[in-house]
Design a protein around this ligand. Structure first.
Ligand SMILES: [Zn+2]
Length: 277
């Protein structure tokens, strides 16, 4: 193993452990932010007996298994979602390192993938994509754009890879993501005379566009629409939802955007390469 590989392996272990710890924090954010509660006070406590959770019972991923998914004080079952979110975030952070290596992109995409995890679950639980997550995400995407290689198009296309091209790509991506959803919302309202979706989806796509650019937005919306349509078809056909049922579309956008974060740049480069041959 070369020194470079050793550093990479060490950083991978570090990112996995940190990712799991932050995953623990994400559980708190997912639970408390939609309820308007503080994410700092009080500390973690059992939802039934209120007992404070000691640090040795609060080790990411491990503690749930050590305690067999039960509160150490009262024995109430603790949802498997807690260790699952921790493991998911840890894996996503590790995958980012494997995909982008030792580059600024790896580190600036860490909060991006974690925010997508949070948005998936708040939308699933409450059909809510909180402003407290979507606005900072969009802002961070624009601010960090100059260092973000996920925004690059094919080499040689429109100054691809330069800070200016990346900032332009982030702004264009945010505008496209917001614009498409704004257009959909207006169309839906004209057709069915009711609001199609909350503004949350629009603001979420601002952030996705700011981090992943035009290509990422197109891939995200395409994937989310295909999977969303496919999965909701049985409900629509059997009339169980009717047209009034509001889809938690963020639950489809979040995994689609994750896919785009890992494979979007390659797909965009491959596609543009075909065009410029
Ligand atoms: Zn308890």
């Amino acid at each position: 193993m070369s020194m470079a590989e050793l550093y990479l392996a060490e950083t991978g272990v570090l990112l996995f452990v940190m990712g799991a710890s932050i995953g623990s924090f994400l559980n708190v954010v997912i639970y408390r932010v939609p309820l308007g509660e503080s994410i700092v006070f009080p500390g973690s406590h059992c939802p039934r007996c209120g007992a404070a959770i000691r640090w040795w019972n609060n080790l990411p991923i491990l503690s749930w298994f050590l305690l067999w998914g039960r509160c150490a004080s009262c024995g109430v079952a603790i949802s498997f979602r807690y260790p699952a979110v921790e493991l998911l975030n840890a894996l996503l952070w590790l995958l980012l390192l494997m995909r982008y290596g030792f580059s600024p992109s790896t580190f600036l995409l860490l909060p991006f993938v974690s925010a997508l995890v949070v948005l998936f679950f708040t939308d699933y639980d409450h059909k809510l994509l909180p402003d407290k997550i979507t606005w900072p995400l969009a802002g961070a995407g624009i601010l960090l754009a100059a260092w973000n290689s996920a925004l690059d198009l094919a080499p040689g296309v429109l100054g691809s890879g330069t800070p200016l091209a990346r900032i332009a790509s982030a702004l264009a991506g945010a505008a496209l993501g917001y614009g498409i959803f704004f257009g959909l919302a207006v169309t839906w309202q004209m057709l069915f005379a009711r609001e199609a979706m909350g503004g949350g989806d629009l603001k979420m796509m601002l952030g996705v566009g700011a981090f992943l650019g035009l290509g990422g937005v197109v891939i995200t919306i395409f994937l989310a629409s295909v999977v969303g349509t496919f999965l909701s078809l049985p409900y629509l056909l059997t009339g169980r939802w009717g047209m009034t049922r509001e889809l938690p579309f963020g639950c489809f956008l979040a995994p689609a955007a994750l896919f785009a974060a890992f494979y979007g740049p390659d797909l965009a480069r491959w596609y543009l390469g075909l065009l410029t041959l």
